[in-house]
Design a protein around this ligand. Structure first.
Ligand SMILES: [Zn+2]
Length: 150
C-alpha cells in the first residue's frame, strides 16, 4: 500500500494526460489508468464520441485495455473524475480495493457507495483535472449531459 501510494501522483498525471488527449480529440475529457503498484496494466479514456460507445467511460476503457486479470486485489484504479454509478459498480464487482480520484468538484456522489463496499477512496482535488472538466462542461454542456444521462 505504501509503495502504491508513492506512485499516485505519477499515475494520476497519466490519467489526466489521457483526459486531455480525449478533450483534444473532441471527446469527453475523462482518463483512467489501472495499475498494479507502479505498473500500468491498462489505460484509456472516455470513448463516447470517438467510438460512439456510451458504455466506454474512461474507467471502462482502461479496464478493457488491461484485459483479463486473475485478480484485482492488488490493483489501484486512477481516474481523472469521480466514477459514475456504472463505473463504481464495476469497481465493486471486480473487487478493486483502491481508487484514486482526480476530482469530484464537477461530478461526484458515488464515493460513499464505494466506501460502503470496502473500497479505499482517495480524492486528490487535482487542479488540472478540475479546470479541464469544468472547461468541457462549460463548452459542451449537451455532450456532458448525454454522458451522465441528464
Ligand atoms: Zn463511468
Amino acid at each position: 500500500m505504501i509503495q502504491e501510494q508513492t506512485h499516485d501522483a505519477e499515475l494520476l498525471t497519466r490519467a489526466f494526460e489521457l483526459a486531455r488527449k480525449s478533450y483534444d480529440e473532441g471527446g469527453c475529457p475523462i482518463g483512467s489508468v489501472l495499475a498494479r503498484g507502479p505498473e500500468i496494466l491498462g489505460e484509456g479514456h472516455n470513448q463516447r464520441v470517438q467510438n460512439g460507445d456510451p458504455i466506454a467511460h474512461g474507467e471502462m476503457d482502461a479496464l478493457r485495455n488491461a484485459g483479463r486479470q486473475a485478480s484485482y486485489a492488488d490493483t489501484t484504479l486512477y481516474t481523472s473524475l469521480s466514477p459514475c454509478m456504472m463505473c463504481a459498480g464495476t469497481i465493486v464487482q471486480f473487487k478493486i480495493p483502491r481508487v484514486v480520484i482526480g476530482e469530484n468538484v464537477n461530478f461526484g456522489g458515488n464515493e460513499d457507495f464505494l466506501r460502503t463496499h470496502g473500497v479505499e477512496v482517495e480524492i486528490a482535488n487535482d487542479a488540472r483535472c478540475v479546470e479541464l472538466m469544468g472547461r468541457f462542461i462549460a463548452d459542451r454542456p449537451a455532450l456532458w449531459n448525454e454522458d451522465i444521462a441528464e
